[in-house]
Design a protein around this ligand. Structure first.
Ligand code: BGC
Length: 757
């Protein structure tokens, strides 16, 4: 300590830039006198002082992020992370949690490096930390922004109690290709809904003040257009027009900036021939210059190094040069900033100023989190004991799992099932703890904590003899040894509930599929059970839209529950036995078959539109073997009750650009159950300077209605909501005729029209 202090004093005298008190603060960790985070002016002067006394090596260390050996999603570049922390070569760590472990690592940095700059701990806290919520695609199906924000808030509370400062979420990639396994991590296909959810998640993670110990930095990922990988193959090439990039893929990223997101992560893909981690257009021209983003940019896992196999850098050194010159601040796991930035500066290919700017962005966020005040403030075992998996968190996860489930079919009111019926519960996911929490389940315990559907059913069915269970088959195998048991119990029951789908690893990263049927021999088992003639409810767990034409024809009811999380079994039982009413709506279109993919609702008309009910039309934009329409459209989802829409009105027929468009519609619960409906509002711009989609979601509202209750739902649009990238790429509305639609999903809508003058 003494030597450090002397060194820093020498620097101080030498440069005359920094007050002794501040030096002591950093060097001796005199925490009580370290500036608070609230004042930007104080922070700026602290950062000025700090960056002035930092050596180039120390600054480079701040740009390095390395994984511990706990968990990894890619190659290990350097397992020597503890030594590198002590040497000040690694300023940030991911895949470390628990108060104890993060404290231990923090100590290595604080006590061994010259300036004692604290580490930043990152982790993939995606849909919960210990209490696992439904996967993000599932949560998006709730269309409930408050509940989504609350889910992120709870995740941040739990993660921060275990020493984590930063989550690699939200993932805001729009995706229209269900072959891509990572659709499970996002909010589906729609730009408007995706942007609203992106904001809610950022607010949830970051709260109102990053200095609070229960808030963490959010990270908008994967920037950009990762969801448009050709043929849905993960990490694959992306190529699109600038208009499409800005219309569809960038708005959710911009929305996170509007919500104050602290960090951005680059994507693995190339865009127009330039990998995202070397893409100056994305990282500097748009992100910094157009959007004014002030936080820092981290790469995805080793994606700087991947510019070598991409074929844009001849070696890692050149890759590092391209990355920093494009605007990457922090290198995740690649080790190339650590190895090459110094020599690149010596060679004049990079300036020290660039390194200082990047380091300062990172240090600023460490400051805002209060780490210079107390580097251990998040690693608190008392908070850890109090805040993990509390009854309140578990209840919120159960509620979210109910809200996320989408009722795809319910003929003859098969659901809900009366609690005194004899039920045969069958399927590989019916008593599964491991898969039910889905992929990217952070520190969620897959072995003991999750509640299975069988456990949930036991709580509901009054007479235990009325619940029969067998697994029937595995998720992805041809083994039929349990088929006969399944048939036998089905024959004894009044109703059969089959819980089927994907394993958690079949969606998520590096989990693209070309066949989206139920895997293995699950459909064969369904066919065998169908022969018993018993009513069948299919409960699905999966991370993406599946192809379910046969199931839709042959099952009596289908409930899509995604991977519903820790409390999934209870939530599913609540829905199946009528203690709760499904209200989820799809945020991704379900295709009839894989050949229709990519399929999404806001398509354009083409010059040869096909009219589904018209006479034979050969030379039309269509398929010969299936209709253009999907199996289930965007926004679709049933309820145990029914809703009617009446009195759809707008206040005028012609609007100027300055006038509000006031819209109202009355929604009535016309069935016997209390239920929630997502009222959806779409527009169509009939003629534009460029072609316009047939429908665009512009607003939605979720309303709860008692039987026979009606509510008037109002929406206001302005001409800003009608804006788009026009022929000359200016973003504005154009005068002309519009259609306006309101209804229960993107296909079943009431319609009116207006003119913008
Ligand atoms: C994923 C990111 C993730 C990172 C760190 C990568 O493989 O693409 O989404 O945040 O690993 O775990």
């Amino acid at each position: 300590m003494k030597i450090k202090y002397i060194i820093i004093l020498l620097f101080t005298i030498l440069f005359g830039f920094i007050s002794c008190t501040e030096n002591k603060t950093i060097a001796k960790r005199d925490l009580s006198s370290t500036p608070e985070t609230k004042s930007d002016a104080k922070m700026e002067s602290f950062l000025d002082s700090l960056t002035k006394i930092m050596t180039l090596d120390e600054k480079i260390g701040q740009l390095v992020l390395m994984s511990t050996d706990w968990e990894k999603t890619g190659p290990s570049i350097n397992d020597n992370y503890k030594k590198l922390i002590e040497e000040g070569k690694v300023g940030n760590i991911f895949n470390a949690y628990t108060a104890k472990f993060t404290r231990e690592l923090q100590q290595l940095a604080v006590e061994n490096t010259r300036l004692g700059i604290p580490l930043l701990f990152g982790y993939d806290v995606i849909h919960g930390h210990r209490t696992i919520f439904p996967i993000s695609l599932g949560e998006s199906s709730s269309w409930d922004l408050k509940a989504i924000e609350n889910g992120a808030r709870i995740a941040a509370t739990e993660a921060s109690a275990e020493g984590i400062h930063w989550t690699f979420a939200p993932m805001v990639d729009i995706s229209r290709d269900a072959r891509w396994g990572r659709v499970s991590e996002g909010s589906g296909e729609d730009v408007y809904l995706g942007s609203e959810i992106a904001k809610a998640r950022v607010k949830g993670f970051q709260g109102d003040d990053l200095f609070e110990t229960n808030t963490i930095l959010a990270c908008a990922k994967h920037y950009a257009a990762y969801g448009a990988a050709i043929a849905g193959r993960d990490y694959n090439t992306v190529d699109m027009s600038d208009r499409e990039l800005r219309t569809t893929y960038l708005p959710p990223f911009k929305a996170t900036i509007d919500a104050g997101v602290a960090t951005f992560m680059t994507s693995f893909n190339e865009l127009d021939g330039i990998p995202a981690s070397g893409n100056k257009y994305l990282l500097t021209d748009i992100l910094r210059d157009e959007w004014g983003f002030e936080g820092f940019v981290v790469t995805d896992y080793t994606s700087i190094n991947e510019m070598v196999p991409h074929g844009i850098a001849k070696d890692n050194k050149q890759a590092a040069e391209i990355a920093i010159n494009a605007g990457v601040d922090m290198d995740m796991q690649g080790g190339v900033y650590m190895d090459y930035l110094k020599v690149l500066i010596t060679e004049g290919k990079v300036t020290e100023k660039q390194v200082t700017t990047a380091a300062r962005r990172i240090l600023a966020l460490k400051y805002k989190l209060g780490l210079f005040k107390d580097p251990y403030r998040y690693s608190d075992e008392t908070r850890e004991k109090e805040l993990l998996m509390t009854p309140e968190h578990l209840e919120a996860a159960r509620d979210m799992a109910r809200k996320s489930s989408v009722l795809l079919k319910n003929s003859k009111q098969t659901l809900p099932i009366s609690k005194d019926k004899k039920v045969a519960l069958i399927g590989p996911l019916a008593n599964d703890k491991y898969d039910i929490i889905g992929s990217w389940s952070a520190a969620g315990d897959r072995y003991t904590k999750p509640v299975t559907v069988l456990e949930g059913f036991k709580e509901k069915i009054s007479n235990p003899d009325n619940l029969l269970f067998t697994q029937g088959c595995e998720i992805n195998s041809e083994n039929t040894t349990d088929f006969q048991n399944a048939i036998n119990i089905a024959k004894k029951a009044d109703v059969v509930v089959m819980v089927m789908g994907e394993s958690e690893g079949m969606s998520g990263e590096a989990a693209s599929r070309t066949n989206l049927d139920l895997p293995g021999n699950q459909k064969e088992l369904l066919k065998a059970i169908k022969k018993t003639g018993k009513p069948i409810v299919l409960v699905l767990m999966n991370g993406r839209p599946l192809t379910l034409e046969w199931e839709n024809e042959n099952m009596d009811a289908i409930l899509e529950t995604w991977f519903p999380g820790t409390m999934g079994g209870y939530a599913i039982a609540d829905l199946i036995f009528g203690d709760a009413n499904p209200s989820g709506k799809l945020t991704m279109t379900f295709p009839r078959n894989v050949g229709q993919i990519p399929i999404y609702y806001n398509v354009k008309n083409t010059g040869r539109p096909y009219e589904a009910n018209g006479p034979e039309q050969k030379y039309r934009s269509r398929y010969l073997d299936v209709p253009n329409s999907p199996l289930y459209p965007f926004g679709y989802g049933l309820s145990y009750t029914t809703f009617t829409y009446t009195d759809f009105t707008i206040n005028k027929k012609e609007y100027t650009f300055k006038e509000n468009i006031n819209i109202s519609v009355t929604v009535t619960n016309t069935g016997a159950f209390k239920g929630e409906e997502v009222v959806q509002l779409y527009i169509r711009d009939m003629v534009g300077s460029i072609t316009r989609p047939l429908k665009e979601l512009k607003r939605f509202e979720k309303v709860m209605l008692e039987p026979n209750e009606s509510k008037k739902v109002t929406f206001t649009l302005t001409s800003d909501d009608l804006a788009f990238y026009t022929k000359d790429m200016s973003f504005k509305a154009e005068a002309g005729n519009f259609k306006l639609f309101v209804g229960t999903n993107s296909d079943e809508l009431l319609e009116t029209n207006f003119t913008l003058k």
